[in-house]
Design a protein. Structure first.
Length: 178
């Protein structure tokens, strides 16, 4: 360590400059140049950079606000769609219920009409049967009367008055029929 102190003392006494430290004039010119550069940068370069940074921050803030608005709009639209879907489901259920009620009412009406038609057909058939029965009975009476007359003619082997015989036969058949 003594050798280092000796070398430093010898260098300072010989008047030579320190190889690490620049000369005093260089330091002053460097400080003045740096200060001038700072002033020039502060006056002409810093305001555009500051404005550019502020514009960028405003743009980012605007984009964030727009994204937030878009998100809120999307959420509102989603809620509207969900409400519309729920309303559509309610409407579909209501329509199905009405269709079931209408189908049930139609079924009841068709059943009542079918029963009414069946009753009408039954009455018509009974009437047709009654008329047919009367026709058959009348034909049967005429045939029985005709056969009885022929039998009576053959029995007495004489011709009998047909009109008088027919009245007698009709009264006989009426007595038998009742």
């Amino acid at each position: 360590m003594s050798t280092v102190l000796f070398a430093a003392a010898a260098a300072s006494s010989s008047g030579s400059s320190n190889p690490i430290l620049p000369a005093t004039g260089e330091i002053i010119w460097s400080v003045l140049s740096f200060g001038l550069l700072l002033v020039l940068l502060g006056k002409w370069a810093y305001p555009p950079v500051k404005k550019m940074m502020a514009d960028r921050a405003d743009k980012i803030r605007g984009d964030l606000d727009a994204a937030e608005l878009a998100k809120a709009e999307a959420q509102r639209t989603l809620e509207e769609y969900r409400e519309q879907l729920a309303q559509a489901r309610r409407d579909a259920t209501h329509i199905l219920d009405e269709a079931r009620q209408t189908a049930e009412a139609l079924r009841v009406d068709l059943l009542a009409k079918a029963e009414e038609d069946a009753a009408t057909i039954r009455v018509r058939n009974e009437e047709a049967l009654r008329i047919e029965r009367q026709r058959v009975i009348a034909e049967l009476r005429a045939e029985v009367g005709s056969l009885a007359l022929e039998l009576a003619e053959k029995i007495i082997d004489a011709e009998v008055d047909r009109a008088a015989s027919q009245a007698l036969i009709d009264s006989f058949i009426s007595e038998i029929g009742s």
